[in-house]
Write a protein that binds this ligand. Structure first.
Ligand code: IDP
Ligand code: MG
Length: 137
């Protein structure tokens, strides 16, 4: 099934100049980027985007990280792109994310309260629709 998913290059990926590397991976894989912009997300937007994490111990640190600079916001499109992009990202913790994945190759854990992952991807087709409408109204 042709799907769309929300792809974010988070502040650490932008600060460490990995935009090109990450976009290359998306395009080399064969997914299309059908819309793209750069924004510094507001706390209001992030409370909706990360609704499932509001109230958790790491949430304040996650907010601080995500509002620390611009993020690249993209809509990726392709057959089964939702799970395909999750596979390309690797698992949530960049220390255990497999080499070859984006999180495994381009990030690591730091002595910081939030995991400063370099990318985000929607975790289901339903979430993807919600997140795309949130970031692109
Ligand atoms: P995902 O990004 O792989 O979907 P989620 O569980 O949705 O993972 O978590 C969202 C983001 O919150 C992660 O990318 C990471 O930056 C941060 N995070 C998740 N769990 C923890 C944790 O236990 N400690 C610190 N930060 C976390
Ligand atoms: Mg998630």
């Amino acid at each position: 099934m042709t799907e769309q998913t929300l792809m974010l290059i988070k502040p650490d990926g932008v600060k460490r100049a990995m935009i090109g590397n990450i976009i290359n991976r998306v395009e080399n894989k064969g997914y299309r980027i059908i819309d793209m912009k750069m924004v510094v997300p507001t706390e209001q937007l992030l409370n909706k985007h990360y609704a499932e994490h509001v109230g958790k111990s790491f949430y304040p640190a996650l907010l601080e990280y995500m509002t620390s600079g611009p993020v690249v916001v993209m809509i990726g499109e392709g057959t089964n792109v939702v799970s395909g992009w999750r596979a390309m990202m690797g698992e949530t913790n960049p220390t255990s994310a497999m080499p070859g994945t984006i999180r495994g190759d381009l990030g690591r854990e730091w002595d910081e309260p939030a995991m400063m992952n370099v990318v985000h991807g929607s975790d289901s087709v339903t979430t993807a629709k919600y997140e795309i409408s949130l970031w692109f109204d």
